[in-house]
Ligand binder design. Structure first.
Ligand SMILES: Nc1ncnc2c1ncn2[C@@H]1O[C@H](COP(=O)(O)OP(=O)(O)O)[C@@H](O)[C@H]1O
Ligand SMILES: N[C@@H](CC(=O)OP(=O)(O)O)C(=O)O
Length: 781
């Protein structure tokens, strides 16, 4: 049974090394009975077309030169891939075929389609022989034995029988793309780029489950990724839009590729033979994916007006010229968009019924959901005008607009159109975890932030999560009324439900914002990254997890080009991470960071003057909501230790949490036991603090709890704990609750760079998360 049909285009077979990679893909992705449809290697068909043109012009020198070129190319491939008998046999066959071509050219008996067919025949024979050499049972099929056309119509019933009979279930069946035969057995072709069509036809005839089109890009992009750096790969593209792209001449899929798949469940994917593990594009049925925006170039075309068109005429002419033809009605006339090289042939075909309306045109087509076409067309015209380009012909069709210009649009103009009109439509999905103090404040600030971003980006809130319940809507939740929706629609979930929901979200970018304080949630990060989510954390656990886990996460983010921001995990909204990154990017070297990174400990130490017992201040801070539920979490210094580790790792230093020495702001014996037990023994805490305060006083210093990172003689010293700071220093004079970061660098050496301000509080912390979100959105788009 044919499970899959794999198709490898010319771009995947452009050298001996590429053939080897293709064989590797077959070894890992195909099974006995599968079909592998191949195109001519590299640009072989273009060369054969040139040979045909030279033959028509009776240019004997050019014919000889081109035959030599073809011969050298094929010989090089054979020599590099085959050995022994297989090699000699292939070389002999090639020589015979090339001498027949030369002879027929001399005799005037060359036939175009039979000539062009050689590219595919050579590829199929070579790949099959190479697979056999690798001990993979394979056979080559000439598709002229499989596909028959009568007057341009495929003989489906007959073809299906032929295919089912010929395909060998115990072998890899390597089949020539692009070619077929007519009722007399003469070669015909399926049109330029037609191997994609061969692949889907074969899949239909053999009831295959899936067709993989392997090419040199990772799938179908918003525009040609070779011309526009910011082209976005789409995970899913609807068949109707893929078809429209093809009709407008885009090479990534051939125009007829989708027709054999009509009314079938055969899957179709476009993927890269250069990166077989990479993600791909699925071409799905209408309604199974949202409509996307595309920009595709149109080069070297003429516009013909035809008096009248009868059924099947366009198909017939495109068969004749070997190229897809787009036709449309415009201001009461029927137009044909014809490759300039074929205009003569098309005009001849219509024998006086077609006239050239405009010639030597280039330009672009924009494909978009219907309601967006007109505004996009107007915006493109305005953008082209800023580049002094005036379209000569503009047409608004169903689902697209065509802007035809005199000049070829170069990459800079295409990038401008793409970035302003296509990229802008990229949708970004927000998933927010944690709706506590800071989370709720984040939500309060969200509508204004989304309004700020919406002039350029399409950001949608698609999920809100708490530890046990979630509220989701893939089309976007209303973020103003989230509480009401939460009360009515939040439902319980398991991790697997969340992950599969995120997996099916059809957005170009997904951002998970973790405002929880949950270690459990942070452990999901690696799975979220596998689902291509960018991350923003206020949560400190992931940033301070074991080094190996942390590094694996970072590598996985880097491989996927994803970002992870965590500015709010240290210093709430203070731009400490931005500052450190900026200093390093400017070539500076950080030598020392000292400071107070805990709003709670800052408040306690600044408020303590001996007039009130320290334990009473702790209780007061607890009542004001400044502390963790159990304030010993703060007093232990663990929180500050984590923050220091995040800063250390931000500097690229590999350290574990326990490499940072720690002494607590309480006697060690109070860390164990219940909270009540702690309260019962609070006098011991007060005595401990009193003793330190007096010792500090004797040195004319203040009792502080600080973190320190410094390099001394190339050794790193990282610690958090009690320090006596001279009263003249900024660290000793903090407004209660403030954080301070005193940073010394190569350039800020004598006189430190100081960042100081509130280091806790829901508003500033939520704003810190928004700052990361804003940065991320600007940087992913
Ligand atoms: N929107 C797009 N998405 C992907 N590729 C595109 C797009 N527009 C144009 N291309 C071009 O299509 C080429 C693939 O088509 P083609 O060269 O015919 O491949 P093959 O030889 O595999 O059939 C890519 O190299 C790319 O430059
Ligand atoms: N070799 C043919 C058929 C084809 O489909 O090629 P490719 O898969 O490289 O686009 C052509 O160049 O038109």
């Amino acid at each position: 049974m044919v499970n899959q049909v794999h198709k490898f285009g010319g771009s995947s077979l452009s050298s001996a090394d590429r053939f080897k990679s293709v064989a590797n893909i077959i070894l890992t992705h195909a099974q006995a009975g599968d079909c592998v449809v191949v195109s001519a290697a590299g640009k072989t068909t273009d060369t054969l077309v040139k040979l045909w043109q030279s033959y028509q012009q009776q240019d004997t020198q050019a014919i000889a030169d081109i035959v030599l070129l073809l011969s050298n190319h094929q010989i090089a491939l054979i020599e590099q891939l085959l050995i022994a008998n297989a090699k000699h046999h292939a070389l002999d066959l090639l020589e015979t075929e090339l001498s027949i071509i030369t002879k027929q050219a001399k005799q005037g008996t060359l036939a175009e389609a039979a000539l062009l067919a050689h590219g595919e025949l050579w590829s199929a024979r070579l790949l099959s022989a190479y697979l056999e050499q690798l001990n993979v049972s394979a056979c080559a099929h000439d598709a002229r034995q499989l596909f028959t056309l009568d007057a341009g119509q495929l003989q489906h019933a007959n073809n299906q029988q032929q295919c089912l009979k010929a395909i060998e279930t115990s072998k890899i069946n390597v089949v020539t793309g692009f070619i077929a035969a007519d009722l007399h057995g003469e070669t015909v072709t399926l049109g330029r780029n037609g191997s994609d069509y061969s692949a889907t036809l074969l899949a239909r005839y053999c009831n295959a489950k899936k067709v993989s089109i392997w090419t040199d890009t990772q799938g179908v992009f918003s525009t040609d990724p070779r011309k526009v750096a910011n082209a976005v790969k789409y995970a899913r593209v609807c068949r109707d839009q893929a078809n429209l792209l093809a009709r407008l001449g885009n090479p990534v899929l051939h125009a007829k590729t989708l027709s054999p798949l009509k009314d079938t469940d055969i899957e179709l994917v476009v993927r890269s033979s250069y990166d077989p593990q990479g993600s791909h594009t699925e071409i799905v049925k209408l309604g199974m994916s949202k409509q996307k925006r595309f920009l595709t170039t149109v080069n070297n075309v003429d516009l013909l007006i035809v008096d009248d068109l009868s059924e099947g005429e366009v198909a017939h002419v495109s068969q004749l010229i070997q190229h897809s033809l787009h036709h449309f009605e415009h201001e009461g006339e029927i137009y044909l968009l014809v490759p300039a090289s074929a205009t003569h042939q098309v005009a001849n075909y219509f024998a006086g019924r077609a006239n050239i309306s405009e010639s030597n045109l280039n330009g672009v087509a924009i494909i978009a959901p219907d309601q967006e076409v007109a505004p996009l067309g107007k915006q493109s015209e305005a953008l082209l005008q800023t580049q002094s380009i005036q379209p000569r012909f503009t047409h608004y069709g169903e689902g697209y607009t065509l802007l035809l210009t005199d000049q070829v649009l170069e990459s800079d103009v295409l990038s401008l159109l793409h970035d302003k009109l296509i990229n802008k439509a990229q949708e970004i999905a927000l998933i927010i975890a944690g709706l506590g103090n800071v989370g709720a404040e984040f939500m309060r600030q969200l509508p204004a932030q989304l309004a700020r971003l919406s002039t350029d980006f399409n950001v949608k809130l698609v999920a809100l999560l708490r530890s046990e319940q979630m509220l989701v809507n893939a089309n976007g939740l209303d973020c103003e009324s989230w509480q009401l929706q939460w009360e009515n629609h939040a439902s319980s979930y398991k991790q697997a439900d969340l992950l599969s929901y995120i997996d099916t979200l059809e957005y170009e970018h997904k951002i998970v914002i973790d405002i929880t304080a949950s270690e459990h949630f942070s452990q999901l990060y690696s799975k979220l990254v596998e689902l291509n989510c960018h991350l923003i954390s206020a949560n400190k656990y992931a940033g301070t997890a074991s080094l190996s886990w942390y590094q694996t996460l970072r590598e996985s983010l880097a491989q996927r080009g994803l970002h992870w921001r965590y500015n709010a995990s240290v210093g709430a909204g203070l731009p400490i991470n931005f500052a450190l990154a900026d200093l390093q990017n400017s070539g500076d070297k950080i030598t020392r960071i000292e400071g107070v990174f805990s709003g709670t400990l800052s408040w306690l130490c600044s408020m303590y003057d001996g007039s009130k017992a320290f334990s009473d201040l702790v209780l007061e801070a607890q009542a004001l909501g400044f502390t963790e539920p159990d304030p010993r979490e703060d007093l232990s210094g663990r929180d500050m230790q984590r923050k220091l580790l995040i800063l250390v790792r931000e500097l690229g230093i590999e350290l574990e949490l326990d490499d940072i020495s720690l002494s607590a702001l309480m006697p060690d014996e109070l860390s164990a036991g219940s909270w009540n037990n702690f309260i019962d023994n609070k006098a011991r805490l007060d005595a401990f603090i009193e003793q330190h305060a007096q010792a500090a006083q004797q040195q004319n210093a203040a009792l502080c709890y600080t973190g320190l990172l410094e390099f001394e003689n190339n050794t790193l010293n990282a610690k958090v704990g009690i320090t006596y700071v001279p009263k003249s220093e900024a660290v000793a004079n903090l407004t209660p609750g403030d954080n301070i970061f005193v940073i010394n660098t190569q350039w800020y050496n004598q006189n430190a760079l100081v960042i100081q301000g509130p280091g806790a509080g829901k508003e500033v912390t939520a704003a810190g998360v928004h700052s990361d979100l804003y940065w991320l959105v600007q940087n992913i788009s």
